[in-house]
Structures are given as C-alpha cells and as structure tokens.
Design a protein around this ligand. Structure first.
Ligand code: PMP
Length: 403
C-alpha cells in the first residue's frame, strides 16, 4: 500500500495512529506551505487594495474559488461562497433562504442521519416560520429505501436538508433520488457534503443540488475555511446573511446596494490564507486521485471491519459491508462505555472519537446512546488499523470481564 504519511509532518515520524479523520483531517506539507506562502508573498486584504500586492491577494483568493468550482463541477465561480465551515454554510441558507421562503403549512424534510449542524438551523427556521420538520427515516443499516423517500416527500415539501455521507453511518446516501423527488414537488434541496467531499468525487450539476456545503478542515485544508455552493438564480434571489464591509456596491445614510455574487455573501475581511490552503488541499487530493483514495480507504476499512467482527461483544453500527462505510466505523463493545474505550486506546496512541458524534436523533433511532468511532483516511496505514484491533481485543479483559 502506498505510504502517504511522508507528506504529513504531524504523522511522518509519529507513533500516533490517527483514526479521527471524520472529526478533522491532518494537513499535508503542501497545505501548510501554501498557507504560509499566502502570508509571506501575497498578504494584503483581498478584494480591497488597488496596489499590486492587493491585487495579488485578490487573484490568489479568486484562483482558490475557481479550484473549488472545478472540484465540485459547478457551472460558475460566483456560485462558490467561502464561509468558515459547513455549519456556517448551512446557517447561511437557513437564515437567507429558509426564513424568507418558508411558511406555516410547509414541510422541511430532514434526514434522520443529519449532523446537528444540519438539523438545528432547520429547527430554528421551523420555530420562526411555523413550517413543520419532517424526518426522512433510515433503516437499521442506515439505508434510505425508495419507499421511505416516496412516503416522506409530499406536495408540502418545500425544502429538504440531506446528508451525502453521514458521520456515523458512512454510506453514500441516494441524494440524487431525493433531489429528483423533492424537485418534482417544487422543493429545494441542500446537501451536507462535510463527510463526502474528502472521500468521493462530487458533481453538483449531475446531482442537481440546489445548495451543497463542506468544510475545508475535513479535506486537509486549514481550519476556518468552508464552502457553500448554491445555484446562481437562488443565491441571486436571496438577501445577505451577514452585512458590513466588502459585501456592498454603495452605501448611503439610509441603506445600501449589495455587491454581486459571490461577494454579497462574504461580509468583512475574508480568510485569504485559508482559501489558498484549501486550493492546495484540493490540488494535493487531485494529485493522488479519488480512485486511489477510495481503493486505499476501502482496503483499510475492510481490514478493520473484518477484524472487528471477529471480536466477541463488538458490534459495528450500520451496514455490515465495508464498502458502505467510506472509512467511517462506529462500534460498541458490550458493557464498556466508549469514553473508557477511547481512553484505553489513547494509552496505545490510537486516536478515536467517543460520544454521540453530534447526531443524537440518529443514535436514538438506532437504539444506541454513544459509540466509538474510528475513521480512516487514505494516509493511514495497515499498522494503524491493526493497532486499533489489538487494543479493542483486550478492552473487555482490561475492564474486568472474563471474555
Ligand atoms: N455535517 C457532517 C456530516 C459532519 O460530519 C460535520 C463535522 N463533524 C459537520 C456537518 C459540521 O462541520 P463543521 O464543524 O466543520 O462545521
């Protein structure tokens, strides 16, 4: 298996088996250098300075936007809005689209597998507009059946918030099918791609998503840069989320004329270094290619799952087919709290996440309170996975059980 750890300063000489990639990825040297280069070579306030350095900063920022456009296969760069993260992108849509377009009598369809970031903004919209939240329910393996989709979408479905890959289940959801169905009744769909963007190619035009959100930090970019894709006609018709500097054409004592897309939605000084780092992350991902990424992640996931399934008292959440997990493995160990599991694993330098993973309604639906999550990236090694397995094998004994 190709060794990618050499590209990651934090991992290359480290004993740590970092298996919390769904929370945030590690950064390759290329990204760290790009962010540094922005401040060393191009630093000025982007979109403002008319001097050469200011224009360099603007060019780098807009080049990054073009790279994201190509990454998502969007039609136009003005459809790419830079935000802080997925959470902010979804809130932008909730405040600017949801509050102004939804009303009592409308239904907002939300996938039961939503991260809280793709649920709480819609609860807020429902509270303020009188629209009702309806859940699209999944099976115990996390799948959404055609029947569930068919029954959940009604003529009242004016908006749907769905997840491309859940951070608990890991499988690719049939978002195209949901979008087609919701469009059929005149509704609008937002796709949360926080977990899919690092693992599988995304084509917003083929998918026909109206809005799509992801975070740079899960894709090896710096923290604090995120993306909202929106169809131009929808974004144009929306009022700004935040107001202030740089999102205006002109201002008078009484009011303002807002800037054109995308700047209408990017109030205040932007994250130039973060955007340039995101471009470097996408370039790095592209240099490896999603085919190689999927192959390595699927092989490591299959190894982890096969071995986990052999251990008595261990249960993997969701599908039992490793191909349906995209590197995300949530599991429970009978009689052992995930916090104990995570701290025992930490003792062996295996980093995993324990808790409700910001998806409490989903866990309640699946009948579990908390789980342990190992999330695998292409830069992990077989050794990382085997260390996890060795430790999980011993956990019940360490907790005083006979087997
Ligand atoms: N949606 C999903 C599916 C996620 O996994 C996460 C992060 N765990 C988020 C949204 C929120 O991402 P962020 O904290 O970067 O806004």
């Amino acid at each position: 298996m190709t060794d990618y750890k050499k590209d990651f300063p934090l991992l290359k000489d480290s004993q740590v088996a970092y298996l919390d990639n769904a929370a945030t990825a590690q950064r390759p040297l290329a990204v760290l250098e790009a962010e540094k280069a922005f401040y060393e070579k191009y630093n000025a306030n982007p979109l403002r300075g008319l001097y050469e350095l200011g224009m360099e900063a603007t060019d780098r920022y807009e080049e990054a936007r073009d790279t994201v456009r190509d990454f998502l296969h969007a039609a136009k760069s003005c459809e790419i809005i830079f935000t802080r993260n997925t959470t902010e992108s979804i809130n932008l849509v909730a405040y600017s689209y949801g509050l102004n377009n939804l009303k009592a009598g409308d239904e907002i369809l939300v996938g039961i597998d939503s991260h809280h970031s793709n649920l709480l903004p819609w609860q807020m919209v429902a509270r303020q507009t009188g629209a009702a939240i309806k859940f699209l329910e999944c099976e115990m393996d996390g799948s959404f059946t055609d029947e569930a989709i068919e029954n959940a979408v009604t003529p009242k479905t004016k908006f749907a918030a769905v997840t491309h890959i859940s951070n608990v289940i890991g499988r690719v959801n049939p978002v195209e099918k949901i979008i087609e169905k919701v469009h059929g009744v005149g509704g609008v769909v937002l796709v949360d791609a926080a977990q899919s963007a690092p693992h599988i190619p995304i084509d917003v035009q083929k998918m026909d998503a109206d809005f799509l959100a992801f975070s740079g930090h899960k894709l090896m970019a710096p923290m604090g840069i995120g993306v909202l894709y929106g169809k131009e006609n929808l974004l144009n018709a929306m009022s700004p989320f935040l107001t202030g500097g740089e999102m205006i054409e002109s201002v008078t004592r009484e009011g303002a004329v807002f800037a054109e897309l995308p700047h209408k939605f990017e109030a205040g000084t932007v994250n130039g270094g973060g955007a340039w780092g995101l471009k470097a992350a996408i370039d790095y991902l592209n240099s490896i290619g999603f085919e190689a990424i999927e192959e390595k992640e699927n092989a490591l996931t299959a190894l982890a799952m096969e071995e986990l399934k052999k251990i008595p008292h261990v249960h993997v959440i969701g599908s039992q087919d490793p191909k349906e997990h995209n590197g995300i493995l949530n599991f429970t160990v009978d009689g052992v709290h995930p916090h104990d599991i995570a701290s025992i694993l930490d003792g062996a330098h295996v980093d995993v996440r324990a808790g409700h993973h910001c998806a409490q309604p989903l866990l309640a639906h699946l009948g579990v309170m908390v789980t342990t999550r190992a999330s695998i990236s292409f830069y992990n090694s077989e050794e990382d996975v085997l260390r996890l397995i060795e430790q999980v094998k011993n956990i019940r004994r360490l907790m005083g059980y006979d087997e």
